[in-house]
Design a protein around this ligand. Structure first.
Ligand code: FAD
Length: 286
């Protein structure tokens, strides 16, 4: 099933993300975690491509195995340090493994990257190519607090519109911790004439290290009410985990209550966190 059909269905969509291992020796552990999350019967699962500490090597295989378990899956694909030839072979691979949906991304620019050899500059170029290849449902990334490289949110939205016009059928947001920022972003998107569905990306913060990593990665604002939890429970790992899950759950309930139909949880290969969130929402997403 294509992701666009999942997120535009009647039922609220709650999906989870996993990332592939860095080393082959960790493949079984990652697969075990991914399968445990799949058993929770999420609306779909997505598998990153060279992000979150993993490599790009196993994305297609993990996505294929998740589909075989009956969970619609989506493979991420980045282009910045890739070639047209490599992208086409990845598309062939995804097609042959029966993957129907791709999140088309630029990827972060590696340090010391030689831009003169670059075959892709922006995600919209990859998305156009996937569209021309044909047959895939295509998603892309968006940033309620703007992409860290963008000069301002208006410029970011102009480029987002180009991405939608290039063939992006839906967007998944970068993590955010203040729902009002997201609602404001949706309003600004609509005013720019971008009306593709948006999946809200929620990251449950379950330890203090993740706070700094999340700010560094996404530049997202941490609201005072969240930082108070970190101050109070940061040095008590189990309490911090419980508080982080409760905070993410409250965000998700507020999103559903405000008419948002699709939420994607950055579950970071943690079945216990995914399970706790699913359990907290059991009646809400019935
Ligand atoms: P783009 O849409 O190309 O945007 C990058 C920058 O260029 C922005 O500042 C934008 O405003 C600007 N821009 C865009 N189009 C144009 C244009 N036409 N002209 C001028 N400027 C333009 N990374 C991974 O490596 N693997 C993953 O699996 C992965 N998954 C992700 C999933 C989600 C939901 C999100 C939000 C991010 C993910 N990332 C992943 C990180 C992502 O690759 C980085 O944030 C990257 O820096 C930008 O990717 P993008 O696709 O948003 O790029």
């Amino acid at each position: 099933m294509k992701i666009i059909d999942v997120i535009t269905g009647e039922k609220p969509s709650l999906s989870f993300e996993v990332f592939p291992p860095k080393k082959v020796s960790n493949f079984d552990n990652v697969m075990k975690a991914a399968e445990s999350i799949a058993k929770l019967n999420p609306s779909y699962m997505s598998v990153t491509y060279g992000a979150g500490g993993g490599t790009s090597d196993y994305t297609a295989e993990i996505a294929e195995r998740l589909s075989a378990l009956g969970v619609p899956s989506m493979a991420h694909l980045t282009c910045i340090s890739s070639t047209k030839e490599r992208v086409h072979s990845e598309l062939d691979k995804l097609r042959s493994r029966g993957i129907e949906s791709i999140l088309g991304l630029r990827g972060d620019i590696p340090e010391g990257f030689d831009k003169s050899k670059m075959e892709y500059r922006y995600a919209c170029e990859l998305i156009e190519e996937i569209r021309d290849y044909g047959g895939f449902c295509i998603g892309g990334a968006c940033y309620p607090e703007k992409h860290p490289e963008s000069e301002n949110i208006d410029k970011d939205l102009e480029y987002l519109k180009i991405k939608a016009e290039a063939g992006c059928q839906f967007f998944t947001t970068q993590m955010f911790f203040d729902n009002d920022i997201f609602y404001n972003f949706l309003y600004r998107m609509l005013r720019k004439g971008i009306d593709v569905p948006v999946v809200a990306g929620i990251m449950p913060i379950t330890n203090v290290k993740q706070v700094e990593a999340s700010i560094a990665m996404s530049g997202t604002a941490m609201p005072q009410k969240f930082m108070r939890l970190v101050d109070k429970y940061g040095d008590k790992p189990e309490a911090m985990k419980q508080a982080g899950i409760a905070y993410a759950t409250a965000q998700i309930i507020d999103l559903f209550a405000n008419g948002i139909n699709a939420v994607h949880v950055y579950s970071m290969n943690k079945p216990d966190v995914a399970e706790a969130i699913k359990q907290n929402l059991s009646e809400i997403i019935k």
